[in-house]
Design a protein around this ligand. Structure first.
Ligand SMILES: *Cc1c(COP(=O)(O)O)cnc(C)c1O
Length: 405
């Protein structure tokens, strides 16, 4: 099933992970059942001991969730080889991206360990590190990991660092870090690496190709693609670790997904390739349009040669993606005015849906962050964040044109 040698990523996204349903349903149904039954007590014993494969309890997994897991593992390892063999990975579906991150932290860290990470992480991840991990005796060291010499110095000097946690591209400036260089350095010093691949998706970037140990996603975004369900996934290539330690963390933390969200995710992912192609094609045109507009002082898009991480992005991504941010010359009021004038595009947070989404972080997601700190993060008063959708490009540009001063 999964071992099939697909000629293209699009076919893989459609077919990988599917198992013929015993009732011959075309699509894997929503297995809305909390538990699974045994023909005889001995069968229950065999399942619990792992001697017989089979489902036990839906917090641990069910057939709808498994299909999503197999599909994501197949996409993240597509055409990657290790020692001449196709790379193997295991994915564990979670209730949300944050739940997947929680399983990653709880399965890889112990008290006293440190995480080496960079600026501009997803705000929930940064808050998790500061507000939940610190009281447990786990701390995050946050530096600019685009500076590889500094990264090496940190790894060399601090033996307590256990995990190097990366997110690339990252909010709101689309900062990118070098996956190959950082995972090589981390290995050299005996550390493990994880990458939040939410913005890129496996269609544009496969962190395992560069030696990263774990990939996490908020499947809520481009993987689902339609804004219909919250979800997350933890993927790893150390099968032994995934089957034991990571599985245990997932089962005991209780951040399980459910049949309905998994069903929506599976069917959303089938069109990942065509969706991303359209998202990306539109994004490039939107970036060029904004870049040449007189009311805009700056466009942060890793696909523009003026972006500081243009080269790193081009090296590790097949396309820079569909996320960007831009700054209006006239600051906060101009940002609010522009947002209010939009007619086609949608005013909301989140990203990765068919429609173009815009948010004004200074007045929305980061309105409670003190201005000084917000500016330090690169979130200026007039900054607008944009997830470019799949509408016809003429309509997106027309909406921008009428909304911009
Ligand atoms: C949304 C998001 C998360 C958190 O995922 P949830 O599904 O909302 O829990 C983590 N990382 C990135 C980059 C995100 O965009």
């Amino acid at each position: 099933m999964m071992l099939k040698n697909f000629k293209g990523f699009g076919s893989l996204a459609i077919h990988a992970g599917h198992i013929q349903d015993p009732m011959y349903a075309h699509l894997t149904p929503l297995y809305a059942s909390s538990t699974y039954v045994y023909d005889e007590a001995e069968q229950g014993m065999r399942r619990f001991s792992g001697k017989e494969p089979g489902y036990i309890y839906s917090r641990w997994g069910n057939p709808t969730m498994s299909e999503a897991e197999r599909k994501i593992a197949a996409m993240e390892t597509y055409r990657i080889e290790k020692d001449g063999q196709p790379l193997e990975a295991m994915a564990i579906l979670h209730a949300s991206g944050m739940a997947a991150i929680s399983s990653l932290f709880m399965s890889t860290l112990k008290s006293g360990d440190k995480i080496l990470t960079h600026y501009s992480l997803y705000s929930g991840t940064e808050q998790y590190m500061k507000q939940l991990l610190e009281p447990l005796g786990l701390s995050a060291v946050i530096v600019d990991l685009r500076d590889l010499e500094l990264a090496e110095k940190m790894l060399q000097e601090d033996p307590q660092i256990r995990l190097v946690y990366l997110e690339t591209p990252a909010n709101p400036t689309l900062q990118c870090v070098d996956l190959q260089a950082l995972s090589t350095l981390a290995k050299q010093y005996g550390k493990i690496t994880a990458c939040d691949n939410t913005f890129a998706t496996p269609y544009l970037q496969q962190p395992f190709k560069y030696g990263v140990d774990f990939v996490i996603h908020s499947t809520t975004k481009f993987l689902n693609g339609h804004g219909t369900a919250i979800g997350g996934v933890l993927v790893g290539t150390d099968m032994e670790f995934m089957q034991t330690t990571a599985t245990r963390a997932h089962r005991l933390l209780g951040g399980n997904s459910n049949a309905f969200d998994a069903f929506l995710l599976v069917n959303g992912m089938k069109t990942l390739e065509v969706r991303m192609q359209r998202h990306c094609e539109n994004a490039m045109q939107v970036a060029n349009y904004l870049d040449s507009h007189g009311a805009i002082s700056k466009v942060n898009y890793n696909g523009l040669s003026s972006h500081p991480d243009y080269a790193v992005s081009a090296k590790q991504m097949s396309h820079p993606g569909a996320m960007m941010s831009f700054e209006l010359k006239d600051g906060f009021d101009a940002g609010v005015r522009f947002m209010n004038r939009l007619q086609l595009c949608t005013r909301t947070v989140s990203l990765g849906t068919c429609d173009t989404l815009l948010s004004h972080p200074a007045s929305m997601s980061h309105s409670s962050v003190p201005r000084e700190q917000r500016l330090e993060y690169g979130i200026t008063d007039g900054l607008i964040r944009l997830s470019v959708g799949m509408e016809n490009i003429e309509d997106i540009l027309e909406d921008f044109q009428q909304a911009l001063p």
